[in-house]
Design a protein around this ligand. Structure first.
Ligand code: AMP
Ligand code: MG
Length: 428
């Protein structure tokens, strides 16, 4: 059906893709950098190319325990070669005497003149007055030798500026002798939750909770998600549903932070104070995104008294419903932070590539919003659906191991191929 739809008084929904493009288009990477211990650099973003000052490995070396020799010296199986020296890892040998072999161990440098290693398992020691070995397999030149520079050549860019470091990346940096690494400064985020109904766990016992009160769950996962992304978090706790308190929290946070992240209060009810407060202190766009969970989403800036106009603190307001908050963080805040941290746009996927897997469930009623269903992979290679997809049911996000990205207006029959994005990718 096309034709003009009847006026509903509601703003049209913005697509998630447009929201993502718009959001990423409004920010530039932060420029401050620092140098940190390589041990401390996991998940940090490199601020400079790492250029190798040496080759790795530094010399040709053996990849086996065995005997180093000249392949051409062995012309038949069973030939005996005298063992003229012994070279362990970390020790340099002498040039190899012609017609002999060197006992050698994994990682030990090849002696000059040797071009192959015969592994220990293909030899038999000869006793008696000469110390020698029977070579049981004809060697080929180059066998079991790791070439100097086969991993890294001198002058190579081993890790590029903008790379987000991983455990393997730290190992690679260390293999170049780098004990400290140049990285972009951490993004400083002020986090607060809004809602007069919120109570902190530990402050009120479950049996003493007043009617209408609920525990603040968003604060726990949002803080943890921010920390996992490498942010420095100032947790401002719960801000009451009042204009004065909201204004004070925003104003206080803007100077020393790069981003203010809030949850709740972004709808347009009269208890939702985020919109007028941010507008008063800067600017705000309140989006209705065509996604489920997570329709209301706000982006804006809060002026800093110390900075020129146009250099306000970023503001993102997430919806209050816990699943909406969680999912919008993963789908929108995550790419926002990657870009802010200095990862170039071509080095991350705002939405990680989905796997196509069969649905072992049905969705009979099409939704007009693009839906992110909480699902879990099963042993039969398909996906099971958590039965309650309400945006308040946090259990769904713990039970699930990922999301099905279901386009707007689409039903799902049992066995249909669907697009699955694992939480592991979104949380990496
Ligand atoms: P709001 O966006 O403020 O209208 O909140 C939407 C729903 O999410 C309400 O049911 C709130 O009680 C709930 N909610 C808001 N903030 C939190 C929070 N930090 N933890 C748990 N639930 C919340
Ligand atoms: Mg609220």
């Amino acid at each position: 059906m096309t034709a003009s739809s009847p006026p509903t008084g509601r703003a049209p929904l913005m697509s998630l893709a447009d929201a993502m493009t718009d959001l990423l288009g409004r920010i530039d990477a932060l420029t401050a950098t620092e140098t940190v211990d390589t041990f401390e650099a996991d998940r940090r973003v490199l601020a400079q190319d790492l250029v190798s000052a040496l080759q790795v490995p530094p010399n040709d070396n053996s990849s086996m325990d065995g005997y180093a020799l000249r392949a051409a010296d062995v012309t038949e199986v069973g030939q005996v070669l005298r063992v003229s020296q012994r070279i362990a890892a970390g020790h340099a040998g002498e040039p190899l005497e012609a017609g002999t072999c060197a006992r050698i161990f994994t990682g030990a440098p090849m002696p000059e003149g040797a071009d192959a290693v015969v592994m220990q398992e293909d030899t038999v020691e000869v006793g008696g007055d000469i110390h020698g070995v029977h070579i049981q397999a004809l060697p080929k030149a180059g066998q079991w030798v790791r070439r100097a520079g086969e991993d890294v050549t001198r002058g190579a860019v081993v890790l590029a500026r903008g790379e987000r470091l991983s455990p393997a990346g730290l190992g690679l940096a260390a293999s170049l002798g780098l004990a400290r690494l140049p990285v972009f400064a951490r993004v400083r985020v002020a986090l607060f939750s809004t809602g007069d109904e919120l109570v902190m766990p530990g402050e009120v016992a479950p049996e003493a909770m007043k009617p209408g009160a609920i525990y603040n769950s968003n604060r726990f996962f949002l803080r943890t998600l921010l920390e996992r992304m490498g942010c420095v978090v100032s947790d401002l706790g719960i801000v009451p549903d009042s204009r004065a308190a909201t204004l004070a929290a925003l104003q206080g946070a803007a100077e020393q932070h790069d981003l203010i992240l809030t949850s709740g209060g972004v709808s347009v009810g009269e208890e939702d104070h985020i919109k007028p407060s941010v507008q008063q202190l800067g600017s705000l766009d309140l989006w209705q995104i065509g996604m489920k969970p997570g329709k209301p989403f706000a982006y804006g800036t809060v002026r800093r008294t110390t900075a020129p106009a146009g250099q306000g603190c970023h503001f993102i307001g997430l919806p209050g419903n816990p699943v909406s908050s969680f999912v919008t963080f993963l789908l929108l805040v995550r790419p926002f932070l990657l870009k802010l941290q200095g990862v170039p746009a071509d080095r991350f996927e705002a939405l990680p590539t989905a796997l196509t897997l069969p649905a072992h469930f049905t969705v009979a009623k099409a939704d007009k919003r693009r839906e992110f269903l909480r699902v879990r992979r099963n042993a039969a290679g398909g996906l099971d659906l958590f039965p309650n997809q309400s945006s308040g049911v946090l259990t769904s996000t713990v039970w699930a191991d990922g999301l099905v990205d279901n386009p707007a207006g689409t039903t799902i029959a049992h066995g249909d191929p669907v697009s699955y994005i694992s939480f592991a990718e979104l949380l990496a």
